[in-house]
Ligand binder design. Structure first.
Ligand SMILES: *Cc1c(COP(=O)(O)O)cnc(C)c1O
Length: 429
């Protein structure tokens, strides 16, 4: 193809990418369109998508129903401020979110990214205790290996090592950490699985506003799957010690783990829940923080009687319309079956990796397949290998992982897993 690609050179010199360096010689691939489970590169190659654009594109790309919903909204009102004004897309979406999330969650705060929805959750917890005359409850307790976003509040509860805390340690609030649960998903927590957490709660509960966790799946902090028993135990410890529970379902929400929300594996409800990523089916940036009537009332009736946050693009109508269409599409689809089928194919397809000397562990849960290597992969080498194999897989550190769109067909999924087995097997040991 004779496409002019001067812009990609410009990009390298002038545009930051996620966790990137300007002028880096790491490859960046020009993509010109995306349809279904395929990304098309400028040179005409098509890649099968194994990433869902970081958990988001659950229906695949360019979906006609999502496009129709956005086109209709574009025609009438792509955006309007949310201070003093409201619109039906915001109300319809909130109604749906309240309906499908655990019962106690009754109010919705819209933000434009997952990180900000975490900031909002943390502020809600602090304001709640302030209004309960327990203003000293300002700290957060969490587990290591977590990831909650890149803004300062969110960063403070990310894993202190992999989250690159040390660079910012002077300015970050000092939170309380315990080791990540060692009991694996589907297994009981032997002995007292949440002992470390219990000890910290016992000691510091009068300073702790909330425990914040990713339920069941720790995503960008290590792609680990932990026991539902642990999560259940955390819920009861929070109740016992008068501490709120914030569940960050930004990655796990909307079916990825086989349940609509990962907290359903433990049959518990949080006091505050963060949603984002696949909320709009990968089309627009939108996130939401849901909370209970009790917390909402307390914040609203306390001092200053307002919740202190209000983004410019709050409840963007275009994003709300996309999200509503995405949810309807999901809920009208046989998503449980699809995720189950993907889970079985990932299990089968990635199993040969277990025999490879380069590989430490293979684990699969729902539509998430993880190959943990013994050593960090060399992105300079591995990324072009995956592209040459016709797939889009983006490893990080020691983790090569797949989380394809739910609509992926068996053949494409097979191509994806075979490519992982092939490419990983060629990595230098
Ligand atoms: C991606 C992610 C975030 C941050 O969301 P952004 O939209 O990137 O700000 C927070 N928590 C979890 C669990 C995530 O996976």
């Amino acid at each position: 193809m004779s496409e002019n690609l001067d812009w990609i050179e410009f990009d390298k010199q002038h545009i930051w990418h996620p966790y990137s360096a300007i002028g880096s010689d790491l490859p960046v691939f020009p993509v010109v369109s995306a349809d279904g489970v395929r990304l098309r590169l400028a040179d005409g190659r098509e890649l099968i998508d194994g990433m869902s654009s970081w958990w988001c594109a659950i229906h695949g790309y360019n979906h006609p129903e999502l496009k129709r919903a956005m086109a209709d909204q574009l025609d009438t009102m792509p955006h309007v401020m949310f201070g003093g004004l409201s619109h039906q897309p915001a109300a319809d979406l909130a109604k749906k979110l309240i309906e499908i999330t655990p019962g106690p969650l009754q109010t919705v705060f819209y933000t434009d990214s997952g990180s900000v929805s975490v900031e909002v959750a943390m502020k809600m917890a602090i304001q709640y205790w302030h209004d309960k005359d327990q203003a000293e409850k300002q700290r957060f307790l969490t587990i290591r290996r977590g990831y909650h976003g890149d803004t300062f509040g969110a960063m403070s509860v990310c894993d202190p090592e992999t989250g690159m805390h040390s660079l910012f340690s002077e300015i970050l609030p000092q939170q309380i950490f315990v080791d990540a649960p060692s009991c694996y998903f589907g297994h009981p927590c032997k002995g007292d699985g949440a002992k470390a957490l219990r000890k910290k709660l016992k000691k510091y509960h009068s300073d702790i506003a909330a425990v914040i966790l990713e339920p069941i799946v720790q995503g960008a902090g290590g792609m680990r799957f932990y026991s539902a028993e642990y999560l259940k135990e955390v819920r009861s410890l929070c109740d016992k010690y008068g501490v709120l529970l914030i569940l960050d379902e930004i990655a796990t929400g909307f079916g990825r783990t086989g349940k609509l929300f990962a907290c359903e594996h433990a049959d518990i409800a949080p006091d505050i829940m963060c949603l984002g990523k696949s909320l709009t089916g990968g089309t627009m940036s939108l996130a939401a923080t849901l909370t209970t009537e009790e917390i909402s009332k307390s914040i609203s009736q306390g001092d200053p009687g307002l919740f202190m946050h209000g983004p410019t693009f709050m409840a963007n109508p275009l994003a709300c319309s996309a999200a509503l269409a995405s949810l309807n599409l999901l809920l009208d689809s046989p998503w449980q079956e699809r995720v189950k089928t993907i889970e079985a194919s990932l299990q089968n397809g990635l199993a040969p990796c277990r025999e490879l000397p380069q590989v430490d562990e293979v684990r699969v849960l729902g539509a998430i397949g993880v190959v943990e290597m013994k050593k960090p992969v060399d992105m300079r080498q591995i990324q072009p290998c995956f592209v040459d194999a016709g797939v889009w897989v983006r490893p990080f550190g020691k983790l090569v992982y797949l989380m394809p769109p739910y609509v992926i067909e068996q053949d494409d999924l097979h191509t994806l897993t075979s490519a992982v087995v092939d490419v990983v097997g060629k990595c230098p040991i």
